[in-house]
Ligand binder design. Structure first.
Ligand code: ADP
Ligand code: MG
Length: 354
């Protein structure tokens, strides 16, 4: 997707949240005299972010400012394109080894542990492959088989080693935190708000939504789950204190000369964009970083493997939309999800524990 389309997508998500929360915005001032709401909107990590917070007048502004600064600080460390970032320097260094800041070391440790846990479906070393497909420049192309095989030699999370905060990567390999950075940053922003005593906030990081607490009136947030088929929402999910993170190849993609659609989430085994029975994978978890890591990796897995993974773990909920237009959701969110009127005909399958 070009930058313009990215912006449109960001704006669409933003609108969704506003529409879903609009109903209580007006009532909050009636219910709680001293509670106020504040909002900050900015561009970082290649997407639009909107943070809304509710709480004591005077506090909100400072809290939101610090939360934004925290995300910007992390972006400066993790950007793959900013020559001053830690990740860029590491990816381009001759030494192939560096002592990282705590933030960067921690997010890489997390990404490596999730790579391990998902059998390598999440792999933070796919940047050379993403570049070959043009996803790093938006100058998209379809690489040949031989080129891909050579590039795959330069990937593989297990080739990276971390000792304390010192990371060492082999020649030609590069780190990319695109699949986990936003979730991790969302957790950090939520922590900042909580530190200020804010108990009710909604953070939208380009489609990763993180709900701090519940709505100011104590009820669940009503989050619109975007339709992977085009404009509008598929349905509404009611949650409190959760991260809701979606991955799919329907937003950032290109159509090749062969007429096929190629998205930005890669199958680490083939070095090709994921092409399976899923259109989107939404994960509902306590922590944004887990949601982000799992939405990407379970999207790579496809439905049946994702189901198995959920049964083995069960510390998150998932909602998958298949290519045939059906929804599979785990039993824990069966009663919190409802379809929009225009999607009432979609079949919902409930994934049960046993
Ligand atoms: P988004 O960033 O659109 O919210 P994701 O969280 O799913 O979506 O992350 C996708 C990004 O992660 C890609 O743009 C790329 O930088 C990187 N990536 C692609 N495939 C993988 C993969 N299998 N494992 C880890 N990172 C990936
Ligand atoms: Mg992700």
């Amino acid at each position: 997707m070009n930058k313009k389309r990215w912006k449109q997508a960001g704006a669409a998500v933003f609108m969704t949240i506003l529409l879903m929360t609009g109903c209580f915005l007006s009532s909050s001032s009636e219910n709680r005299g001293e509670e106020e709401s504040g909002e900050t909107e900015f561009f970082a990590m290649n997407t639009y972010l909107t943070f809304q917070a509710y709480g004591e007048a005077g506090t909100i502004e400072n809290a939101l400012k610090e939360a934004q600064e925290r995300v910007e600080e992390l972006e400066k460390k993790w950007s793959v394109t900013d020559p001053d970032s830690e990740i860029y320097k590491l990816n381009h260094s001759k030494e192939r080894s560096a002592v990282l800041s705590n933030d960067t070391a921690e997010v890489i440790r997390f990404a490596l542990s999730m790579a391990e846990e998902t059998g390598g479906r999440l792999d933070p070393t796919l940047y050379p492959v993403l570049r070959a497909w043009g996803f790093t420049t938006e100058d998209n192309r379809i690489p040949g088989q031989e080129e891909l095989s050579e590039l795959l030699e330069k990937t593989g999370y297990e080739k990276i080693s971390m000792e304390g905060n010192r990371l060492t990567i082999p020649e030609g390999m590069e780190i990319d935190l695109g699949a986990v950075g936003k979730g991790y940053a969302g957790d950090e922003a939520a922590e900042v708000l909580k530190k200020y005593g804010i108990a009710s906030a909604l953070l939208n990081l380009g489609g990763n939504v993180q709900a701090v607490g519940s709505r100011p009136d104590g009820r669940d947030w009503r989050l619109g789950i975007r339709s992977p088929f085009g404009e509008g929402n598929l349905g509404v999910l009611e949650v409190s204190d959760k991260a809701v993170v979606t991955s799919g190849n329907y937003e950032r993609y290109f159509v090749g000369e062969d007429g096929r659609t190629y998205g930005h989430i890669m199958n680490p085994d083939t070095g090709c964009p994921v092409d399976n029975d899923l259109i989107s994978m939404t994960i509902i978890t306590d922590e944004g970083k887990c949601g982000d890591a799992l939405s990407t990796s379970l999207f790579v897995m496809g439905l049946s493997e994702a189901e198995k993974f959920w049964r083995a773990h069960q510390d998150f909920e998932m909602l998958a939309v298949t290519e045939t237009g059906e929804i599979y959701l785990t039993e824990g969110i069966e009663n919190s999800f409802s379809l929009e009127t225009s999607f009432q005909k979609m079949k919902i399958h409930v994934i049960e524990e046993s």
